[in-house]
Ligand binder design. Structure first.
Ligand SMILES: [Mn+2]
Length: 318
C-alpha cells in the first residue's frame, strides 16, 4: 500500500517555516540563516524567554511555503510575490546555566559561522541581552553599521548594581562597538527610563522616536530620521508593540506601537537600506497561551523578509 506524504505545514518537526535544518559550521548556501538563542539569564524580571525560539518556530510553520520549489508568499497588499529567498534553520546555540560569558561566546561564534556563509542571520531570542554577542560577530564588517531598534525600553543604562551585560544595558554595549555608527530607537515608551539614560542616548548621536509621538504624528512624519543607503542591523524587541497584542513578553508596556505602525517603519527601513542582520527578542511563551505573541513575532519576521527579498520580478505575477 502506498502512502503519499502531503507535506502539510502543521505536521512534522517545526524548524522555522519548515526550512531545512543545518549546523552553523556545516556546508550549505542560503540567503537567510535562522538561529535560536534560548538564553534568558540577562533578564531582571520575568524569565522564560529561553523557550522563545521553540515557541516562534512552532507558529512559524503557519507561514511555510506552499512548496519548496516556490518559496515566498503572495502579498495581496502589494500585489506581488515576496520573500523569494532560501532559508535554512541552524537550530539553537547550546546554553549552559550560569556561565553567561561562555554562552555569549558560543553565540558570537555561531553568528560568525553564518556570516562566513554569506547568509543574513535571523536570530530568535531569548532575552534582549544576546543582541550584544550577536552584533559582536560583525567585527571587521565592510562598512559602519546603523542599528535600528524597535523597543519600549531604550536598554541604554550603563550599569545596574554592577550588571553591564543584562537586557537593560544591551544597546549601550552595542553602541560601544567601534563599527556601530548610530542607533535609531523606535517605540520607546516605558516609565522605567531614567533621564540620564535618555541624555546618554542623545549624547552618543543616536535617534529616538517614541511611541506616543508616532500615535500623534504618524509614521511618515519620522521617515527623515530613518537611515537610507546604510548597512542596517534590525533588533526587534517584541515589547515595542502594545501590550494588548503582545502579552507574551517579560515586560509588556501599554501605549506601544500598533502592528501596522511597526510594519510601516519596517517597510521604510528594509526597502531603503542593506539589511545585514535581524533579531526578534523577548518572546516569552509562559505568558502567551493564545500564541498571539508568537504569531505577531513570526509575522514581523516574514513581512520583513518579504521586503528585504522582494522577489526576482516583484511587479509581475507568476
Ligand atoms: Mn529591549
Amino acid at each position: 500500500m502506498s502512502f503519499k506524504q502531503l507535506g502539510l505545514s502543521m505536521f512534522g518537526i517545526p524548524t522555522f517555516g519548515k526550512a531545512p535544518q543545518v549546523t552553523t559550521d556545516g556546508k550549505w548556501t542560503a540567503d537567510v540563516a535562522v538561529l535560536g538563542v534560548p538564553f534568558d539569564q540577562g533578564t531582571g524580571f520575568r524569565s522564560g524567554t529561553r523557550h522563545g525560539p521553540k515557541h516562534i518556530r512552532d507558529w512559524s510553520v503557519r507561514y511555510t511555503s506552499l512548496s519548496a520549489e516556490r518559496p515566498g508568499y503572495w502579498d495581496m497588499r502589494r500585489n506581488c510575490w515576496r520573500g523569494e529567498c532560501k532559508i535554512v534553520d541552524c537550530a539553537d546555540v547550546e546554553i549552559l546555566p550560569l556561565v553567561w560569558e561562555d554562552n555569549f561566546q558560543r553565540t558570537t561564534d555561531a553568528v560568525k559561522n553564518i556570516l562566513d556563509h554569506k547568509a543574513m542571520p535571523v536570530v530568535l531570542g531569548g532575552d534582549h541581552s544576546i543582541t550584544f554577542p550577536v552584533m559582536r560577530a560583525y567585527e571587521g564588517w565592510r562598512k559602519p553599521i546603523t542599528v535600528v531598534q524597535f523597543d519600549a525600553h531604550a536598554d541604554y543604562r550603563d550599569e545596574v548594581y554592577g550588571v553591564r551585560f543584562g537586557h537593560g544595558n544591551v544597546l549601550r554595549r552595542v553602541r560601544e562597538l567601534p563599527f556601530v555608527e548610530r542607533i535609531v530607537s523606535i517605540g520607546i515608551n516605558s516609565f522605567r527610563q531614567q533621564p540620564s539614560d535618555l541624555a546618554d542616548h542623545k549624547r552618543d548621536g543616536n535617534r529616538m522616536i517614541c511611541a506616543w509621538e508616532v500615535h500623534e504624528k504618524g509614521v511618515d512624519h519620522f521617515a527623515k530620521l530613518l537611515p537610507k543607503g546604510k548597512d542596517v542591523y534590525i533588533t526587534f524587541d517584541i515589547d515595542a508593540l502594545d501590550a494588548s497584542i503582545v502579552p507574551g513578553t517579560g515586560t509588556p508596556e501599554p501605549g506601544g506601537l500598533t502592528f501596522l505602525q511597526a510594519r510601516k517603519f519596517l517597510d521604510l527601513v528594509c526597502s531603503k537600506n542593506h539589511i545585514v542582520g535581524f533579531d526578534l527578542m523577548e518572546v516569552n511563551p509562559l505568558y502567551d497561551p493564545s500564541f498571539i505573541t508568537a504569531l505577531t513575532a513570526t509575522h514581523v519576521i516574514i513581512e520583513s523578509l518579504g521586503t528585504i527579498f522582494p522577489g526576482k520580478n516583484p511587479k509581475k505575477k507568476r
